[in-house]
Design a protein around this ligand. Structure first.
Ligand SMILES: Nc1ncnc2c1ncn2[C@@H]1O[C@H](COP(=O)(O)OP(=O)(O)O)[C@@H](O)[C@H]1O
Ligand SMILES: O=C(O)[C@@H](O)C(=O)COP(=O)(O)O
Length: 412
């Protein structure tokens, strides 16, 4: 298929991850945060990614925002839709992956919707229907302690079946090993959702060829890269490889194990750090004002860090005290206000750690889209926002990047 592909991503870091996967594959890729207005004028493109914040919101809201995105994309003559969910399948038994897939596949009916969260570049693989994070099963990885979507099962068909009444089938790796024709035949014999094992980029390229003409495909950045490879290569890229400049700051709301390491590196390097404590200050305006007063008091000592990232035990205490949704709501509102304050103070490079956190920041700043720039780490590109006056943004998924990423990305 050579027509336009529309991707709907369920969070903002996921959107940048999938956008860079398409761009690396030679596709001219546009990225929008939220559904753009109908009047949006688009430069030449092969792929349009719409970032939603639909991963952890109520099911009905996730479905309706995904359908809004689908409507907008279909008005832009997209011929194929890619639903991007997390490579660690972040969801709960209520959703939102199953219900969003149900809504999208009702609007784009066809026999089997092929999918896999496998993303070997990020260490995620699917084998015998089980999702691995590196050498570890998902449910034994740090994702079991995630603040909003703790993942305590690794078996993907079971995880998805809990979220939908649509049949869920599995194609195991022995079929994938037999090659493209065997996979095509296996997919043709299935209805509903078809999870396909994939261990390598080669497996995903094979799968990309199998789904190149499917109206609806789902997965993480790995299958998107496979699909990009299977689509006709574009001639010119929408790209901005220039590294952003200007004062930097880091805002971290991710409690993922990798982010905790990255925060520890920042403090070990002596970067000024301010911890947001929603129990001590549950009013988001006051919490944000305190952080900005602290920022104003800094002398020139390197890019600062404002964070709420906490160990699983501290996180548990906060959530028991305030509730999961309330503590996240306070922190996300405060973080958005801090981002606005930092932009007003001339911060030109804002590094955000965490998908939900990034969503809150981008929404608060009113950034409607951006041009994808140089990658600071695999799957983590700088975004040069559309419109004037916004800092360049690095939206880092909780689990991505080397331990020194936050420090290097915000370095001089
Ligand atoms: N100290 C804390 N107490 C309670 N919730 C927190 C704390 N710090 C962060 N959170 C919330 O945890 C969630 C982290 O999710 P997210 O930003 O998507 O990170 P990740 O990319 O690691 O999943 C956010 O909703 C954030 O507001
Ligand atoms: O697929 C992935 O792992 C990422 O693109 C992603 O969605 C990460 O989400 P967060 O960990 O919530 O940032």
């Amino acid at each position: 298929m050579t027509g336009v592909l529309g991707a709907i991503a369920d969070d903002f870091t996921g959107a940048t991850d999938v956008a860079i996967a398409f761009r690396r594959g030679g596709q001219r890729t546009l990225l929008f945060f939220g559904v753009p207005p109908e009047t949006e004028v688009l430069p030449p493109h092969d792929v349009i990614v719409i970032a939603l914040k639909s991963r952890a919101i109520p099911v009905a809201d996730a479905v309706s925002s995904s359908l809004d995105a689908l409507r907008w994309l279909r008005n832009r003559q997209t011929e194929q839709i890619y639903f991007k969910y997390c490579s660690t399948f972040d969801s709960t038994p209520r959703g939102n992956i199953g219900p969003v897939l149900d809504a999208l596949s009702r609007a784009l009916p066809h026999r089997g919707v092929v999918m896999t969260p496998s993303s070997p570049e990020h260490g995620r693989t699917q084998y015998q229907g089980h999702l691995f994070v590196g050498e570890t099963l998902l449910a034994e990885s740090p994702m079991r302690d995630h603040p909003a979507t703790p993942m305590t099962d690794s078996q993907l068909p079971r995880l998805l079946r809990a979220q939908t009444d649509t049949p869920v089938a599995l194609i195991t790796h022995d079929v994938v090993r037999r090659g493209e024709t065997a996979v095509r035949e296996a997919v043709d014999g299935k209805t509903g959702y078809v999870l396909v094992d994939a261990l390598t980029e080669d497996d995903l390229r094979l799968l990309g060829r199998v789904v190149v003409d499917s109206p609806l495909v789902a997965g993480a950045a790995g299958l998107a890269a496979g699909l990009a490879a299977a689509r006709a290569s574009a001639t010119s890229l929408v790209t901005e490889a220039r590294m952003p400049t200007g004062p930097a700051a880091v805002l971290s709301g991710s409690c993922s194990a990798r982010t905790l390491e990255q925060v520890a590196v920042m403090t070990r390097l002596g970067r000024p750090a301010y911890r947001l404590d929603p129990v001590a200050t549950p009013d988001p305006d006051t919490l944000a004002a305190g952080a900005l007063v602290w920022y104003d008091s800094l002398t020139d000592v390197g890019a600062p860090l404002v964070y709420s990232s906490s160990s699983p035990s501290d996180l548990k205490r906060t959530q028991e005290e305030l509730g999961v949704a309330r503590s996240a709501g306070i922190l996300e509102k405060a973080t958005g206000l801090i981002a606005i304050g930092l932009a007003e103070r001339g911060v030109g490079r804002l590094v955000a750690a965490g998908g939900e956190t990034s969503g809150a920041i981008v929404t608060a700043l009113g950034v409607r889209g951006g041009v994808i720039g140089a990658e600071a780490a695999p799957g983590v590109p700088w975004i040069h926002p559309l419109g004037d006056g916004h800092p360049a943004l690095l939206l880092k998924s909780g689990n991505f990047g080397d331990p020194d990423l936050l420090a290097t990305a915000s370095g001089s």
